[in-house]
Design a protein around this ligand. Sequence first.
Ligand SMILES: Cc1cc2nc3c(=O)[nH]c(=O)nc-3n(C[C@H](O)[C@H](O)[C@H](O)COP(=O)(O)OP(=O)(O)OC[C@H]3O[C@@H](n4cnc5c(N)ncnc54)[C@H](O)[C@@H]3O)c2cc1C
Length: 442
Amino acid sequence: MESFDVVVVGARCAGSPLAAMLARRGLKVCVLDRAHFPSETPSTHMIQSCGVDVLDELGVLDTLMSAGAAPLHGATIASDDVRIHAAVDGQADHPVLCLRRLTLDVLLVEAAGAAGAEVRTGTRVAGLLRDGDRVTGVRTDKGTIPARLVVGADGRHSTVADTVGAQEYDVTPPGRMVAWGYFEGVDREPLARFGRMKDMGYLAGPTDGDLYMAAIAPDQCRVNEFQADRDTFFTNAIRNWPELADLMADAKRVGPLRVFTKWHGYFRQSAGPGWVLVGDAGHFKDFSPGQGISDALRQARHLARSIEDGLAGNGLDDAMQRWWDWRDHDAYEMYWYAARMGAPGPATPWTNALLREISANPAATRAFIQVLNHDIPPSQLYTPAMAWRATARAIREQPRHAPATVRQFISTAREGLQQARRKQRLADRTRSMNREPDRSQR
Ligand SMILES: Cc1cc2nc3c(=O)[nH]c(=O)nc-3n(C[C@H](O)[C@H](O)[C@H](O)COP(=O)(O)OP(=O)(O)OC[C@H]3O[C@@H](n4cnc5c(N)ncnc54)[C@H](O)[C@@H]3O)c2cc1C
């Protein structure tokens, strides 16, 4: 029975890059997945520039570009009649990429193999090996694999998390479902489009295969209405964003609509004796700001360093606990921001006034892109001063809604306080474990 330093369960955005980075550090790594690749997974696929940085470090960027990845040099954010046009170029080392998972994931799996990791696809993990409390490997449908560390990179329904009993915390309900399709005959403007028209959310942009991806995000409570006539619902939704409808006037859909309805947001306990979770296995957030893939890539980069350090004799379990702290601190603000962005219902006069503040101010527009790229936390853009200016603007522009605007301002301020308390709880947890948090790298 061959044993490994690390066995990674799950071979997509978190698992394969991690396996590649560990193998390059000279560790003996096995990465396995029940899927055979190329393989689709339910996900749209805007990859923020900070994630593209990691793809570049992995050495796969040129291959991705020749596979047709669409580089997006800017973003248009629309909310009813508000428009923000923001450039990515000049602010980040790489453009945003839009690349179907069918194309991306197989290249990541190949990169793991090329780096020297043992890749076993079509292999399902059914349980874990243990020595007392300690996880010592995995049990698969093809036999057992002992390892010094088991990494769960196995997504939202993680077998590793389930088997070790990892608890969820700070759970959020789903705001919206999402449905998306791929289209021919659409002008491939190099832009990501994020939108909200009345109660409908949107995400769109050109992708590989000379296709255009368009996604709609209706309120979660409209699932049955959507399911009753998917095509008509989708077509009507696209018509409600006039610029997108114009762009897609001659579009012809290729393949079925993809649909994702059942989810919730969470953090999970992400480290224990002999095991650690990365990517969606440990944390899932609302998909509206398109963060999960770049988060998985950045997390893999950070975790690779922590594992190398831990296995080098510096206390593996402590290193994994510190990594879990880093993940929480890294993801925390964006988690609540994403939940607000994907909240159901139409935009209010206050939220639109906030976006007008951003669109009227070039520095704030730049900061908006920096928030999406994880360069600055949302609180650095959405300051109390900005919230106050937006309140004054909303009351000036729509005095009829003044009471609702003031209520939203107050409830947002309360939410800010609640978030500060939650952050404090995180810091307390770190302190109670009697260790310094590792917040050194992005
Ligand atoms: C609808 C939707 C839209 C999204 N849009 C975006 C977007 O535009 N941009 C963005 O950045 N992010 C987006 N995300 C988030 C993104 O898809 C995830 O964050 C990302 O896929 C996480 O990668 P992962 O490797 O952690 O997990 P996954 O991609 O879920 O991979 C987990 C892998 O583990 C394998 N596995 C599971 N259990 C086992 C087992 N027992 N044995 C063996 N293998 C197993 C699975 O087969 C799978 O291949 C979206 C998500 C959803 C749901």
